[in-house]
Design a protein around this ligand. Structure first.
Ligand code: ADE
Ligand code: ZN
Length: 338
């Protein structure tokens, strides 16, 4: 299929994206505007291009935190959801589980309840206007230590909003091993939250085992290093633990793969892992979910029926109820069949 045909066909298919960071879905235009109004300092990048140039996770995270740091008003947070909605609509993503990482904002003086209040209203507005559904996963973060993660969880529980469905663990995997966060995760599970974690993005399979065994996560974010441990792949298959693949993100951060063709997603899929396709940080990695499917189709030889299965997996691996999943999957089938 030609590229333009592929893109226009995929735009007609409703999709889910379940590993997407809100702050990384700000448009380039918005980031440029934030940069323009940010006072000069030695840390200030000379341009948006400079801000978005990195080739490892550590430098990417520095840029991510810098962008968060430029968000200084509650109205910026509110406006961020218009950019999120623009991205979702452009890709016909009708259901999204979106990470929001409060740590940096709280360090800058935002109060958690104020942020949740603004976000809740912003989400309600875009859901109504754009006929899509956004659920939030609070990234308690491994970057700022266990106490900070515990405090994020406490705030999440204290100011529980209906669209908040779980917690995640982003940030620098090398600096914050999953096993340190066992108590935080145990408490989250006890209080009825869903739990996911980035694992195996830049650390070996032991990090994925820790996320599964110590944190008891329901899904693995990235899971790139699982390929090094056949027993782990077998475990993921047997338990049907979803792996949130972020291919372009992994290629750009260059830890285990430097080109799409080398990504293990093909091997995972062929062995029966429940893989789901995501962008992670679309503006930072200059990609969209449709771009990701195009790469899978052209560079990793995913056939159109396989692409359809991957799209269905997005809903299957979500935290929707079985009835909701069935309803969305029926919409995919109908749209695909046309
Ligand atoms: N925060 C946003 N994107 C991330 C990633 N890919 N890994 C860790 N933390 C992140
Ligand atoms: Zn991520």
């Amino acid at each position: 299929m030609k590229k333009d045909e592929f893109y226009s066909f995929l735009r007609k298919i409703p999709k889910a994206e379940i590993h997407l960071h809100a702050e990384a879905t700000l448009s380039r235009k918005t980031v440029q505007a934030l940069l323009d109004r940010t006072p000069d300092s030695p840390a200030k990048p000379a341009s948006v291009e400079k801000l978005f140039s990195y080739n490892n996770l550590k430098d990417f995270i520095t840029s991510f935190l810098y962008v968060q740091g430029m968000i200084t008003k509650l109205s910026d947070l509110e406006a961020m959801f218009d950019d999120v909605a623009t991205y979702l609509k452009a890709n016909n993503i009708v259901y999204c589980e979106l990470f929001f990482s409060p740590s940096m904002f709280m360090k800058k003086g935002f109060a958690f309840p104020d942020m949740i209040d603004v976000i809740q209203k912003a989400i309600a507005k875009v859901e109504k206007r754009d006929k899509l559904t956004i659920k939030l996963i609070i990234d308690v973060s491994r970057t700022f230590g266990v106490e900070n993660a515990q405090s994020n969880l406490e705030s999440t529980l204290k100011h529980k909003a209906p669209m908040v469905i779980g917690i995640g663990l982003g940030g620098d995997e090398e600096k914050g091993p999953a096993k340190l966060f066992g108590d935080v995760y145990a408490e989250a599970i006890k209080r009825g939250l869903h739990v996911v974690a980035h694992a195996g993005e830049v650390v070996g399979p032991e990090s994925i085992w820790d996320a599964l065994n110590t944190l008891k996560v329901e899904r693995i974010g990235h899971g790139l290093s699982a390929i090094q441990d056949p027993k782990l792949v077998q475990h993921l298959v047997e338990k049907q633990i979803p792996v949130e693949i972020c291919l372009t993100s992994n290629v750009i951060t260059q830890k285990y793969v430097t080109k799409a063709e080398d990504h293990p997603v093909r091997a995972y899929f062929d062995q029966g892992v429940l893989v789901v396709i995501n962008t992670d940080d679309p503006t930072f990695f200059d990609c969209s979910i449709i771009d990701e499917f195009w790469i899978l189709h052209t560079k990793l030889k995913f056939t159109m029926p396989e692409i359809k299965q991957l799209i269905i997996n997005g809903f299957k691996a979500s935290f929707l109820t079985p009835a909701q999943k069935d309803a969305y999957i029926a919409q995919v089938e109908t749209a695909w069949g046309k």
